[in-house]
Write a protein that binds this ligand. Structure first.
Ligand code: SAH
Length: 464
């Protein structure tokens, strides 16, 4: 992040702008939304600027800037659309101690003005470090469509009511009140009777929350998918949006954790390889302990919680404690991996069933129906299979599998650092040894990446 976003208090502070044309107008339209003391220097100002000056909304000085003109200014905009003049005026402003923005000159500016979605007092600032103004505009219009125009008045009324809400204890109770106000009671009252109805509804809403029974804790077992945040389900997003506590495993990426509600407590209950760093009993106890305080707990598991996720043990523990729960499925690593190969898990005439198998189980290497797995055309997705590759290779060959059976290993499926190792059953162990795969990896026996087609040109067959 080269530019750190902040909101500058401009009420009563001095902001100076040099310029009188289009660029100046664009900046002034934004600045006029603030309560800054605006001074514009221009020997040839546009009519709008003259009008604003006549209305007393800014001070217009009809000459070029001179040293001392930006004294005490917090911000200065060089908007003459002339490189030499902009360099001259910004040097003056800098010497006078103002922070300088030169319109359309990112490199020489000390700050930049973001694209703004204005739902005053809610303001969204969008910046792309100057890289993609088109993108900023697209995000802006997207947000404008999404944030109702009534958000501004709701926030203003809400702000005036903040003191009254101090009667609720800090934390969840207060959050529940505000979330009902902004997302439910507030918009409803606004629809029915405008701002007045919103104002009338607030005391009753507060009363209701003051006398509300403690909410029961609840546990959502949520699939976080393979890593790409866009592969989260809407239900998973919603659960993260409202979570008080998120207990996640090691597979859950940083990008996904960022989506959790800002006040949520994040707990890493990750297990490493064979040796658990937190025992399953400890994890169960942790989930229950939080839910018993009335928290909305999200137990966030990589992929789909129903696939090699020890879900049943956690559900049983939660049920035994009398706590409510539900499951939100996710995209499992096998689905994400075949998608990356451009293949499907089942195919008419090739395999009518597919096995999800684990490379290791409680006793070490997991045993399977090797005879069936060794048959031509079979497809198996091996989870946690890296360490047991030699064992799996040995068993399959022993049961007569073809040495040239394709095997693909997908590391970090769906993530920016995804890699695909395309090999065969006989080459599996050597190729894996020669690779430096260290992220989560799924082994697909019986599938190769679909032959290079345009759509898959971005697949890196690093070890093919
Ligand atoms: N519930 C998870 C699986 C948990 S077991 C799911 O549905 O995907 C952990 C194993 O899943 C890892 O050892 C690896 O084999 C596989 N895995 C999980 N995420 C993966 C990813 N993004 N890319 C490749 N393999 C992944």
């Amino acid at each position: 992040m080269k530019h750190f976003p902040i909101f500058v208090a401009l009420e009563g502070r001095r902001v100076v702008l040099s310029g009188g044309g289009e660029a100046a107008l664009a900046k002034l339209r934004l600045l006029l939304k603030t309560e800054a003391n605006l001074t514009v220097f221009s020997s040839d100002p546009a009519t709008e600027i003259e009008n604003w000056a006549n209305e007393g909304r800014l001070r217009l000085v009809r000459r070029a800037m001179e040293p001392g003109d930006a004294t005490c200014a917090v911000l200065f905009y060089a908007a003459d659309e002339d490189d030499a003049e902009d360099a001259r005026t910004s040097a003056i402003a800098r010497a006078d101690g103002a922070m300088v923005n030169i319109v359309d000159n990112l490199g020489d500016s000390e700050f930049i003005t973001p694209a703004i979605v204005d739902r005053d007092p809610v303001t969204v600032a969008i910046g792309t470090e100057g890289a993609a103004p088109v993108l900023a505009r697209a995000i802006k219009s997207d947000l404008e469509a999404r944030l109702p125009a009534t958000l501004g008045p709701l926030a203003r009324i809400g702000k005036a009511f903040r003191k009254a809400v101090d009667v609720l204890p800090m934390g969840r109770k207060r959050r529940d009140f505000w979330s009902e106000y902004y997302f439910n009671a507030g918009p409803r009252a606004m629809d029915q009777g405008g701002e007045e109805a919103v104002q009338d509804a607030l005391p009753a809403l507060l009363d209701k929350h003051q006398h509300a029974q403690e909410r029961d804790g609840h546990v959502a077992f949520v699939g976080a998918g393979p890593g790409d945040p866009e592969l989260l389900t809407l239900k998973a997003r919603k659960a993260l949006d409202t979570a008080d506590v998120v207990i996640h495993d090691r597979l859950v990426t940083k990008d996904i954790l960022e989506l959790a509600r800002r006040e949520a407590i994040l707990i890493n209950a990750g297990k490493e390889g064979f040796g658990p760093s937190m025992s399953q009993d400890d994890i169960n106890a942790l989930i229950i302990e939080h839910a018993q305080t009335g928290a909305q707990v999200v137990r966030l598991k990589g992929g789909d919680p129903t696939v090699f996720g020890r879900l049943d043990e956690e559900i049983e523990a939660v049920m035994a404690a009398g706590i409510g729960w539900h499951v939100v499925p996710g995209i499992t690593a096998a689905s994400a991996s075949v998608a990356s190969l451009g293949q499907s898990l089942t195919k008419r005439g090739r395999n009518s069933s597919v096995r999800l198998v684990t490379g290791h189980d409680m006793k070490g290497y997991a045993d399977h129906d090797w005879a069936s797995l060794a048959r031509p055309g079979e497809v198996a997705a091996v989870y946690m299979g890296k360490k047991s590759a030699r064992f799996i290779q040995g068993r399959l060959l022993m049961y007569g599998a073809d040495r040239t059976t394709p095997v693909s290993i997908i590391e970090n499926a769906s993530r920016p650092d995804q890699r695909i190792l395309a090999t065969t059953l006989s080459g599996l162990v050597n190729d894996l040894d020669a690779s430096d795969l260290n992220g989560p990896a799924l082994m697909l026996i019986g599938l190769a990446p679909r032959a290079a087609e345009a759509a898959f040109s971005d697949i890196q067959q690093e070890f093919a």
